[in-house]
Design a protein around this ligand. Structure first.
Ligand code: GUN
Ligand code: ZN
Length: 431
């Protein structure tokens, strides 16, 4: 049955940093949704018809659902762990928590909770790392399938510099990834990402196995971490003494191409930036994580000028919020420290169409267009008393978006639609 969703529609068709005419805003707009797709977008007055169910979201904004370009599923109980930078944080908090996902029952309990958190925050698609255990990827894919979500995910490959409970071997990592690819790649809205965690936790033999998988499956995403932290870079170069730089490690094993998502990408040399641009790999900015772990300040302008396409992501649990709004808030502040500006239109483009482009999914999600998947977020700029008070003084769409970006979080998400179905978990009633 067709449903009409009424509200203030906002969708981007170009990057505001590059093109003046970049978005469509329809004050009294409507989307007609049928069988998971947007079948029409326009003025409410033009689309309303007596045979359709109608949901009136006025005065809220309706945007494409947020996309999170880098997040760790087995870190739902790592988020907000005190005191360390990257390598100590991994050893003290992350690896012990991820070890628990060796028990299928734990992974199966956490996966629905993880995805419901994403949906509560308005995120409808993510590129997610599971733990090393294939059962954790199974649990995540199953839960995403049950929700009808478009999800990119993979089990991390890691065979050294971590406790045995979170290690595989080159052969096991290859075999387990292969089996998961056969089971999940292209099933419903799911995609597999080959996921060597990072150079420190993979032997050369394992990166070679990951490269073999990539060569056998050139259509798959590859997700990993690059140059997040200075101690990480030093350690990496000591483990790979023949590499010209950190990126060269991944290049050597055939892991850098247009489907490669390089998490963090903060401390890069000019050769690395030029190669990322040339290979069309993506850099992924993880602002809340970069601040929380004291990693450094992402240089968005430098990468853009070099022709690199960047995504933006929460990186929970190094990141401190599931909210792409809060992620854009911290992105704004990091870029302030860099002397760069993140305009609210650019910010909302980034979290929607921009990330769809970064993930190579911009033909299905990230904009409100007829034929696209009906993944949507409904945003309320008056969701809290502080927001409502500030909202009294806004005079433009850009000001409203900036208010959402700086003060918004899951409370500002009035509804989330996945393939046309409302999915925002109901609030828990306390009385
Ligand atoms: N580098 C390797 N693994 C991780 C991780 O889990 N989180 C972050 N932030 N960086 C990493
Ligand atoms: Zn990460």
């Amino acid at each position: 049955m067709k449903t009409l969703l009424r509200g203030r529609l906002l969708s981007f068709h170009a990057d505001p940093a590059e093109t003046k005419s970049n978005h469509t805003y329809i004050e009294d707009g409507a989307l007609i949704v049928d069988e998971g797709r947007i079948v029409a977008r326009g003025l409410y007055a033009d689309l309303a018809a007596p045979d359709m169910a109608e949901v009136d979201h006025r005065p809220h904004l309706i945007l494409p659902g947020f996309i999170d370009a880098h997040i760790h599923f087995p870190q739902v109980q790592v988020i907000a762990s005190w005191g360390d930078q990257l390598l100590d944080w991994l050893n003290r908090y992350t690896f012990p928590q991820e070890a628990r996902y060796g028990a299928a029952a734990h992974a199966e309990a956490m996966a629905p909770a993880f995805l419901d958190l994403l949906l509560a925050h308005g995120t409808t698609t993510a590129s997610a790392f599971a733990s090393v255990h294939p059962g954790s990827a199974e649990a995540l894919f199953s839960a995403a399938q049950a929700r009808g979500m478009m999800m990119i995910a993979g089990k991390v490959m890691m065979d050294r510099n971590a406790p045995e409970t979170v290690r595989d071997t080159p052969q096991r990592g290859y075999d387990e990834s292969k089996r998961l690819i056969q089971r999940w790649q292209g099933r419903d809205r799911l995609r597999y990402a080959i996921s060597p965690r990072f150079a420190i936790t993979s032997t050369p033999e394992q990166l070679q196995a990951a490269g073999a998988l990539a060569a056998e499956h050139p259509d798959l995403h590859i997700q990993t971490h690059l140059s997040e932290n200075l101690a990480e870079i030093d350690y990496t170069l000591s483990l790979y003494p023949r590499a010209r730089d950190y990126l060269d490690v991944y290049e050597t094993y055939g892991l850098v191409g247009p489907k490669t998502l390089l998490g963090h990408a903060i401390h890069l040399n000019p050769r690395e930036i030029a190669r990322i641009a040339e290979t069309q790999a993506r850099a992924v900015f993880c602002p809340t994580s970069n601040l929380f772990l004291g990693s450094g300040l992402f240089d968005a302008a430098r990468l853009r000028e070099a022709g690199v396409v960047s995504g933006v992501a929460t990186d929970v649990g190094g990141g401190t919020s599931y909210s792409m709004l809060q992620t854009l808030n911290e992105a704004y502040k990091i870029l302030q420290l860099r002397g760069q500006k993140l305009h609210p239109l650019s910010a909302f483009h980034w979290a929607t169409r921009g990330n769809a482009l970064a993930l190579g999914l911009a033909d299905r999600i990230g904009s409100l267009q007829a034929g696209f998947d009906a993944d949507l977020v409904v945003l309320d700029c008056r969701a809290t008393p502080a927001m409502a008070l500030r909202a009294e003084a806004i005079e433009s769409l850009a000001e409203e978006l900036f208010l959402l970006q700086i003060l918004g979080d899951d409370r500002a998400v009035a509804q989330t639609y996945v393939a046309g179905r409302p999915m925002k978990p109901a609030p828990v009633l306390t009385r």
